[in-house]
Design a protein around this ligand. Structure first.
Ligand code: SAH
Length: 221
């Protein structure tokens, strides 16, 4: 067994254990917590085949490496670790708020388009997708599918998914942590990513930018 495989097995056992604790605490956390858990798993399930496939696709240029490590850590803590810890242990119960039993339905209304967009943006980016800001071998400018009218549909998707959290988990700290951490990543990363794309694709990216919106299609086009 390689050390990576041992680490992966330990992580999997811990994750299954934590998921079990979340299911066990359903009465305390409410049914929205199960929807949250399902959405966290679904994000991994959608992403993992693209992540696995793209490891063979060589990276030719990396941008803002140390900044990005920090930002990804921030979003992992705010968007996953904190909710998991709270839901499995009751760590932040003092910041819970009362909510009607139907409130998670509002969250699901955000999740449905969010997950459709999350899946489509991975499928449309294909070999060009990566977790960090980097260029891959034979990188092409994708401007079809969900990229036809929006430059950052994957970020639109993550916004929709994180905006659902306060409706699924009735806790001020957990609800805010995902949104605030992703807002910071978004604000720092988008200018860097767009500068990288402009540098690589020049006028083609300028033209593409002029006919698309960042998170939402341009209404006038
Ligand atoms: N910001 C995009 C993509 C996120 S993944 C979105 O929200 O949908 C990040 C990587 O995607 C970046 O490192 C960049 O290399 C690549 N990328 C972003 N937009 C792209 C495009 N239109 N065509 C090809 N690659 C793109």
């Amino acid at each position: 067994m390689t050390p990576q495989l041992v680490m992966r097995s330990i992580m999997t056992i811990i994750m299954i254990g934590l998921a079990g604790l979340i299911l066990w605490r359903l009465q305390i956390n409410g049914w929205g917590s199960i929807v949250w858990l399902a959405s966290a798993v679904l994000m991994m399930v959608i992403r993992s085949p693209y992540a696995a496939r793209n490891t063979e696709n060589e990276i030719t240029e990396r941008f803002a490496v140390s900044k990005e490590r920090f930002l990804l850590l921030l979003v992992s803590v705010g968007g996953t670790l904190l909710p998991v810890l709270h839901l499995s242990t009751g760590l932040l119960l003092f910041a819970n708020y009362e909510a009607p039993n139907w409130l998670p339905v509002v969250g699901i209304l955000f999740l449905v388009p969010g997950f459709w967009l999350f899946w489509r943006s991975h499928a449309d980016l294909g070999r060009n997708w990566s977790v960090t800001t980097e260029l891959r071998e034979a990188h092409t400018l994708v401007s079809h599918g969900v990229y036809k009218h929006i430059r950052h549909p994957m970020y639109s998707a993550i916004w929709l998914i994180f905006l659902a959290y306060p409706f699924l988990i009735q806790n001020w700290i957990v609800g805010a942590a995902g949104i605030v951490s992703f807002a910071i990543l978004y604000a720092v990363r988008v200018p860097i990513e767009e500068a990288m794309m402009r540098h690589e694709f020049g006028i083609e990216y300028e033209e593409y930018s002029s006919r698309t919106g960042r998170l939402w299609p341009q209404l006038s086009k």
